[in-house]
Design a protein around this ligand. Structure first.
Ligand code: DPM
Length: 332
């Protein structure tokens, strides 16, 4: 395929430094980005620098409890701001919708299948989520997956699970889970697609904002880097994900809320579906909006406002109030 990038002015002596988390999945993604750029720009040097983030270190606390903004990104961002690296490769869904001053989303890559999947314990090989025995334990630490699955499968119970993909797959066998829910995209990138037992339809589980796409973050206005990143940009994925991120930005008020989305782009029509759920899965507020892809962010913002009016505001208020409530006595 011919290179469509505009001529790059970067000195060929410069080495571009890419910063990444250390997990196997993060490195697979980062190495893919490096290899693509190296193929397009054979005269430049690319180097991968790895770092651990807070989210990699704190593994005994529920994601939703430590769910501070930038759990998996902050250390990488500091490194770019200090000039120790030039850009960071993230799973877009781990990248907060508001970035620190001085940084920007340089590009969004083509999305892998954004659906969620069930990985099942071998003893249940001929079951599905619908037919698992009453009380079966499903591992997830995503409030989004939890709320939607509680709604559709009230016969199941749910238990937190943390750690990287390999850790979770080991825990599935060793720690009494009957199944775990993971992103199809992560499993495919790790070449573990054969572990996907059931792909969850959008009617059951709307995926997370940005799921399946990579987001590359760089310094604001770093024109050399932005020019390079253009070769990785995927316009259709970008329109879809910008709509999803605008929806999330408008809904999240500094708290962890079960929010799911689904998008499609057909011709010049972008369709965005969004959902806000109560934690118990009793209430699902869901609606859709359509418009041209160049209005992606406006569509996301408008759908968020629609959802608020339809009952999402009450759910957001409840979750925020519960988070702010003082700890019960003795838990200090
Ligand atoms: C975020 C969530 C999870 C990750 C919450 C959510 C899943 C946590 C869990 C924001 N980040 O999805 O509602 O289920 O316990 C994460 C994964 C990937 C990126 C793993 C996964 C790979 C897929 C991708 C963790 N971040 O979701 O199974 O690149 O989109």
């Amino acid at each position: 395929m011919p290179t469509t990038a505009s001529p790059v002015v970067i000195s060929s002596r410069r080495t571009i430094r890419i910063v990444s988390r250390k997990s196997q999945l993060a490195l697979i993604q980062t190495h893919w980005v490096r290899d693509e750029l190296q193929r397009h720009f054979p005269d430049l040097g690319f180097e991968v620098v790895t770092m651990e983030t807070h989210g990699d270190k704190v593994l005994d606390v529920s994601l939703s409890k430590i769910g501070d903004k930038g759990l998996f990104t902050q250390e990488l961002e500091d490194s770019m701001l200090q000039g120790d690296s030039d850009f960071a490769v993230h799973s877009l869904k781990d990248l907060p919708t508001r970035l620190p001053q001085g940084l920007m989303l340089g590009c969004i890559t083509e999305r892998e299948n954004p659906a969620d999947a069930l990985v099942i314990h071998p003893r249940h090989r001929d079951r599905t989520l619908a037919t698992l025995p009453e009380g079966s334990v499903i591992g997830t630490s995503s409030l989004r997956r939890l709320a939607q699955l509680r709604h559709h499968y009230p016969h199941l119970s749910f238990k937190d699970i943390r750690g990287n993909l390999n850790t979770r797959l080991r825990k599935l066998e060793e720690e009494g889970y009957d199944g775990i829910i993971l992103a199809v995209a992560g499993l495919l990138r790790m070449e573990m697609g054969d572990r996907i037992h059931e792909t969850l339809a959008p009617a059951i589980s709307l995926h997370a904002v940005g799921q399946g796409a990579l987001g590359i973050e760089c310094r604001q206005g770093d024109q050399d880097i932005l020019t390079l990143l253009q070769v990785l940009s995927h316009p259709a994925t970008t329109a879809r994900c910008l709509a999803e991120r605008a929806l999330l930005r408008e809904l999240e008020g500094g708290c962890q809320v079960p929010i799911g989305v689904n998008t499609s782009l057909e011709g010049d029509t972008l369709t965005l579906t969004g959902l806000v759920a109560s934690l118990d899965g009793q209430r699902l507020i869901k609606d859709s909006i359509q418009g041209p892809p160049d209005q992606a962010e406006t569509l996301g913002t408008r759908l968020a406002q629609q959802l608020r009016r339809q009952g999402a505001q009450a759910i957001l208020d409840e979750i925020l109030a519960a988070e702010r409530a003082p700890n019960p006595p003795g838990q200090g």
